[in-house]
Write a protein that binds this ligand. Sequence first.
Ligand SMILES: Cc1ncc(C[n+]2csc(CCOP(=O)(O)OP(=O)(O)O)c2C)c(N)n1
Length: 662
Amino acid sequence: MNFDRKDLSGEQLIDIYKNILLPRLIEEKMLVLLRQGKISKWFSGIGQEAIAVGATLALQKDEWIMPLHRNLGVFTSRKMPLHKLFQQWQGNKNGYSKARERSFHFGSREHHICGMISHLGPQLAIADGISLAYKLRKEKKVSFAFTGDGGTSEGDFHEALNVAAVWDLPVIFIIENNGYGLSTPVNEQYRCKNLIDKAIGYGMEGVQIDGNDILAVYDTIKGVRDYCINNQKPYLIECMTFRMRGHEEASGTKYIPKELFEEWNKKDPVINYENYLIAEKVLDETSVTHIRDEIKNEIEKELKIGFAEDAIIPNTEEELKDVYADRTMVNGQRSTINRQPSIPIRFINAIKEALHQSMQQHDNLILMGQDIAEYGGAFKITEGFVNEFGKERVRNTPLCESAIVGTALGLSLENFKSVMEMQFADFVTVGFNQIINNLAKIHYRWGQNADVVIRMPTGAGVGAGPFHSQSNEAWFVHTPGLKVVYPSTPEDAKGLLIAAINDPNPVMYFEHKVLYRSISGEVPAEYYETEIGKARSVQEGEDISIISYGAGVHWATNYAEQNRNISIDILDLRTLLPLDYDAIKRSVSQTGKVLLLHEDTLIGGIGGEIAAWINEHCFELLDAPVMRCASLDTPIPFNTELEKNFLANKRLDEYVQKLLNY
Ligand SMILES: Cc1ncc(C[n+]2csc(CCOP(=O)(O)OP(=O)(O)O)c2C)c(N)n1
């Protein structure tokens, strides 16, 4: 191997040597411990250390890195205390994730390392969000994201690179091409000649380098970093390398031809560099032995500390509490409600007003969505915003839902807030992974906020067919870490959206399209919040309770108006996660007969969850079985007659009568 030291001093070369040697020696120790049954699993990066180490050393310490499962060198080069790393891998409370995460799936804000999730791909777009934050603050920084060759086949790779290119973001994307996915060779992974050929398709620069030459990696990334900062552009680097061990230790390497190991063994990034330093007379055999011994001793010492920890004693209260960021602690004081006279406005304008006032309130709030800038969004909610707040804060996005959710999370890591508009709630399926696995879990996993609101124009009743009408709130209610709000009145639409934006947790904000222009109501003109997690008593009654949300609240009130002989207690849940159980119990105790009404389909709908809770906690208060009136368990049909037949409202009277007569 032909190393080129350029103008690096002997001291710098030795520092690089110590940095590349450390992960190798840790791994060699881990393999011994694995064979002794002292650790449970190991994903090896042996043979690839030059990439993680060279890259980390080339960056500034406060530039975020998104590493993957073979990048121990990132963690060690950022000088994370070894005993804490060992505690992390051993599932110890004092590791980086309170024992909630395995192997390399953890991050540390202090070290500007973002913890990966198992899913390959979603890390890449988080780098977009971080770089966007740097760019908006005019900081001279880059973010840095890793992927393997296999990971480049994921849609998330495409989306992240595309967004970075279109938005001119200073992100360095690095592919570690080690020849294989888990066992899949690259010729079954992609058809372009080199992965770097993809750069041109995104309109970005790219370079392929020898990933086993630490000086080449270091020097290239230093140069690319300057390029990204000076030109405000992303860059793609393909590092050619080889994985010297199995995907993880238990999976073996039988599928890889022996000759490849022999060939790549000659290119070992640590040994070759060591030999180079000896040949250059920067080090001699004695000093190499000394450095190796010193590191080995350090590892042994730190292992003792790491392994000496007591076994974990689960604390359920703490486990539950850590799912969400504490609202009051993070954002300081809540706004006080000092209501001025109300003015009647439409539901849609209440949402607009909430967004507008929030943009005024928070300089660090960014809006993102398809067609939301000049066009004003599919429903014109952000019309005029771009003129007032500028294109930097009101951002048209490419059709990349997954990358935009990931970008929102990256913004949050750099203390921005964001609201993303899904053009229709139905399209959330394409950003599902980011929401469920990244946004929802990040606080529990390593204590970070996902200060993101996703606006979800939802619901049927407009003859829009199966893909522009769905009620999909229940998908999110089943995911700890999210909050799910669903207003039914203009006043709540405004107050809940403001509250959602002030909340540091990820909030799914459902807005029913039919209500946009059909419902008006008095809305206080000033900036105020409606508390998340509190239901609203719409009207009190004695015969039956109807517990609902969204359009269902209006079905219930219309029904009550047309049937004044029945005394109906109507509860508007307003928030579906967390639920207001006190309000539910109060309503049940009022009537003893409960109908759960929702536009969502029956099976797996939120009604089932509430029915089960009432059954368990309010059994003595009931005079009849809890009933559910929901939409048909079919996709949503286009024809308006079929759609009416589909919707729960069609069967409301039938259920009310059934319950009354029980
Ligand atoms: C979305 C997703 N699908 C499948 C997997 C299972 N999986 C884990 S690693 C891996 C191979 C990854 O190959 P590559 O991206 O080349 O990285 P390498 O492991 O070679 O470093 C697979 C298929 C996963 N983690 N995520």
